[in-house]
Design a protein around this ligand. Structure first.
Ligand code: XMP
Length: 516
């Protein structure tokens, strides 16, 4: 693989994604990993990420120079670039001029990582420390006002560095730089795409599972659907899927799982309609964390019951149900593997998740993949478009989008309003710009309205369209006014109990994406 050494950057995952977009497999490793261990992974190239430290401060993270002398091509980005320059004897100091945001870089030598670059390019920078002189053996490829050395290369040792962030979209020629490094400087082929991933995973799943029976919980979301389809491709009818309908899905989603998905894949499915059960358990509850807890627990119990059924049926074949499929993605693996652990802002019971005391071995075919790769595989496997491109949707579903008690009437009302918003956003071609758009019913709020000459006292609907890379931070989407107007008119016309539609124009932080 190409290894991305994470120096604590917010962008390390983004770098790994960009490498994969260039058709090359990449993995993240922490900077604390010893150089020998890094080299033992037989990396085809190494990228050093940015990070918040200053190289000359005591205790600043660094990397053993072994890594630079191993004959492996290395690209340092921002802090990683400074580490490379510093460790190899260049001069790194506090910058006379810090550069944050859009910065014009002057290209002195359009070669190596900058091959094909125009004489100037717009880049995105964030640095208060600069490389003043490059180490011996390096030539300077670019400079900016605040960075005498903004890019450098040592062709003989295949070492490259750049001060700006080529991985962010605000550096328009950034992807070209990354591709130059991978394909031209390091000579790596493009061999990472949906069909090679599928082939690879199918072989791995077969090897892991043998002829045992496998069970998989479907949530309606893209991850579990793609994981199931992949496993089904590998082992066919040894797989049984369980779908627990908790009654908190959006309009048409249960049908999507029960019919469209089954039709597209031919998967064996046990569908349990537990919506009455969930409603009863949630009666009178309006506190968000209690809702989550009840939904999470109820889900596990319902799933276990269905699972016993699968085991009983498989038992007749004399075969074991030994494995459970999980749609775990790479960012989950990376995040739970390291870091200080983010504060627990909300208890994210991912409904469809794994009951803790299950005695199964896990099959996690998406464990090395990013969301965009999962979508590409889903498309390649022929899953319904609406499923592959479904927005992230919380496990507790509409349960946490009704502010107040959850009732059947409120759910139906919200389902209608949500369906209208989704329809209009799709019609406007905004699906892929918007990360997700929670539609929230403020069930206990009443405001005065006038509908058909009558004074009404209805509830408001909140539209919460956001753009985001990873849901950790988000900005509210600037949906065109006419699209908002259509959504508002349709919701108030078609959902009589709603007399007001409002737009949530708060970023995250300070707000969260969901309202509960
Ligand atoms: P917040 O509201 O914390 O949401 O900004 C971040 C992302 O997480 C989703 N979310 C959940 N997902 N169970 C889930 O599986 C939950 O309880 C839950 N709460 C929020 C939310 O939709 C967004 O994508």
């Amino acid at each position: 693989p190409v290894l991305v050494v994470d120096f604590g950057a917010q962008y390390a995952q983004l770098i790994a994604r960009r490498v994969r977009e260039a058709g090359v497999y990449s993995e993240l490793v922490p900077h604390s990993m010893p150089a020998d261990e890094i080299l033992a992974k037989d990396p085809k190239a190494i990228i050093l990420s940015g990070g918040p430290a200053s190289v000359f401060e005591p205790g600043a993270p660094s990397i053993d120079t072994k890594v630079f002398n191993a004959g492996v091509p290395v690209l340092g980005i921002c802090y990683g670039f400074q580490v490379m320059a510093y460790e190899l004897g260049g001069k790194v100091d506090k910058a006379a001029l810090g550069e944050y945001g859009k910065t014009e870089a002057v290209i002195d030598d359009a070669a190596d990582i900058l091959a094909g670059s125009p004489a100037e390019q717009t880049t995105w920078m964030s640095h208060g420390v600069a490389v003043e002189t490059a180490p011996e053996g390096f030539k300077v490829l670019a400079h900016t006002e605040g960075a005498p050395v903004a890019a450098m290369a040592d062709e003989a040792r295949k070492l490259y560095g750049v001060q700006w962030h080529p991985e962010v979209k605000h550096s328009p020629l950034g992807q070209a730089l990354i591709e130059n490094f991978l394909h031209e400087c390091a000579g790596l082929p493009r061999d990472w795409d949906a069909s090679s991933i599928i082939e690879d995973q199918v072989a791995k799943i077969r090897a892991q599972v043998g002829d045992a029976q496998v069970i998989c919980g479907l949530s309606g979301g893209v991850d579990s659907a793609v994981a199931a389809a992949l496993v089904h491709k590998a082992i066919g009818d040894q797989l049984t899927c369980v779908f627990v309908d908790h009654g908190l899905l959006r309009k048409g989603e249960a049908e999507q799982v029960k019919h469209d998905f089954v039709e597209a894949t031919g998967i064996k499915l046990i569908a349990v309609d537990a919506s009455e059960d969930f409603l009863t358990a949630l009666k009178g509850v309006s506190e968000p964390e209690r809702k989550r807890k009840i939904i999470g627990e109820k889900f596990i119990r319902t799933f276990e019951k269905a699972q016993r059924q699968v085991i009983a049926e498989a038992g007749e074949n004399g075969k074991e149900v030994k494995f459970l499929v999980q749609g775990t993605l790479y960012p989950d693996v990376v995040e739970s593997g390291g870091g200080d652990g983010a504060a627990n802002i909300k208890s994210h019971h991912n409904v469809g998740g794994l009951p803790k005391d299950l005695k199964f071995e896990l099959v996690e075919p998406l464990r090395t993949l990013f969301k965009d790769e999962v979508r590409a595989i889903g498309t390649e496997l022929g899953l319904p478009e609406a499923m592959v491109w479904r927005q992230p949707f919380p496990g507790p579903g509409l349960g946490i989008r009704i502010i107040g008690e959850i009732t059947k009437e409120r759910l139906d009302l919200l389902r209608e309003a949500d369906a209208i918003a989704r329809e209009e956003l799709t019609r406007a071609g905004l699906d892929r710009d918007i990360w997700q758009c929670p539609v929230v019913l403020l069930a206990d709020v009443h405001s005065v309205g006038v509908q058909g000459d009558e004074r009404t006292y209805g509830s408001p609907i909140v539209l919460r369209p956001v753009s985001s890379e990873d849901a950790m931070t988000a900005d509210w989407s600037r949906v065109p006014y006419d699209v908002l107007a259509t959504i508002s008119t349709r919701i108030t016309n078609e959902c009589r109990q709603i007399n007001r539609v409002v737009l949530d124009c708060t970023s995250k932080p300070p707000a969260t994406i969901e309202w509960e």
